[in-house]
Design a protein around this ligand. Structure first.
Ligand code: G3H
Ligand code: 13P
Ligand code: ZN
Length: 308
């Protein structure tokens, strides 16, 4: 069945582990992830971005996720990732999503609160949970001074006020992660001191980490070996994610790692099997690769294996 994340987050917080929130765009990605969750007996969040919704058309992804829940009997959260306005959140709530993110992090504090509050009211009346975001995830660039960089990180006092005034069910925080395959130029750095202050202000409240792919060198190397060109890609080290999961982070968002695993597998397949042209062959291998990486995450990084 499709469920909300309420119980999942409560247990994850108490248990010091995190639930994986994986972005989905097509059937093979969904099946790879869900098969991993089934084998690992892991709670699961499947999330759909506005871009994914547009690519697949709204009805397809929703029906595919429903099919996955029906096929496996697993409790799955169907979540909107980075909803940018009230309308897309409303559309997804009306469509049967059990969770939405309203991402007002680009807005001034008061406007973010007002927008988020409006979505929370609509969602809660319909039994849907809401993730908000405070602080900005930026690509970490060369020559950015630490003081400038920290200006975009989540302020612990504001986090408390934001949660109290909006009524959100979870909060995405900015502590140094960023989206995509190029997260750090030099050494990886997350502001755990800040995370600790946020959890002290909001004890027991579920936090969310976006931009949490590890960009596993294994897959980057395969991409590059078989004709790709993604030099210098770097993600969040796995031990940092384990640490975050033990500090109130209950949801860890992963998209880039799935993209890399899928692309690496298909590149290699094409190179090694130049005369094959049956999409089921290479998409089937990609689906297996996604299953493998998701199992690894659940078991060795998130700690959510065996939690259902
Ligand atoms: O946060 C972004 C996710 O990786 C989704 O990316 O908007 O290209 O679907 P997308
Ligand atoms: P990655 O780009 O690190 O996979 O982050 C995904 C994400 O935060 C989706 O909301
Ligand atoms: Zn994100």
């Amino acid at each position: 069945p499709l469920v909300t994340s309420r119980e999942m987050f409560k247990k994850a917080y108490e248990g010091g582990y995190a639930i994986g929130a994986f972005n989905v765009n097509n059937m093979e990605i969904i099946q790879g992830i869900v098969e991993a969750a089934r084998e690992e007996k892991a709670p699961l969040i499947l999330q759909v971005s506005a871009g994914a919704r547009k690519y697949a058309r709204p009805v397809y992804l929703k029906k595919l996720v429903e099919a996955a829940a029906e096929d496996t009997g697993l409790p799955i959260v169907l979540h909107l990732d980075h909803g940018e306005d009230f309308e897309i959140c409303k559309a997804c709530i009306d469509d049967g999503f059990t969770s939405v993110m309203i991402d007002g992090s680009r807005l001034p504090f008061e406007e973010n609160i007002a927008l988020t509050r409006r979505v929370v009211e609509y969602a809660h009346e319909r039994g849907v949970v809401v993730e908000g975001e405070l602080g900005r995830l930026a690509g970490v660039e060369d020559n950015v001074r630490v003081s400038d960089r920290e200006a975009t990180f989540t302020d612990p006092d504001q986090a408390l006020e934001f949660v109290e005034r909006t009524g959100v069910d979870s909060l995405a925080v900015a502590i140094g992660t960023s989206h995509g395959a190029y997260k750090f130029k030099g050494e990886a750095y997350l502001d755990f001191e800040r995370l600790k202050k946020i959890t002290e202000k909001l004890p027991g409240f579920p936090l969310v980490l976006h931009g949490a792919s590890s960009v596993l060198p294994e897959y980057v190397e395969i991409c590059n070996r078989y004709g790709g060109n993604i030099p210098g890609a770097q993600g969040v080290p796995e031990d940092m994610l384990r640490k975050a999961a033990s500090m109130g982070v209950c949801k860890i968002n992963i998209d880039t790692d799935l993209r890399l695993a899928m692309t690496a597998t298909i590149r290699r397949y094409f190179s090694e099997n130049p005369s094959e042209f049956d999409p089921r062959k290479y998409l089937g291998e990609a689906r297996e690769a996604i299953k493998k990486i998701v199992k690894h995450k659940m078991r060795n990084v998130l700690g959510c294996s065996g939690k259902i």
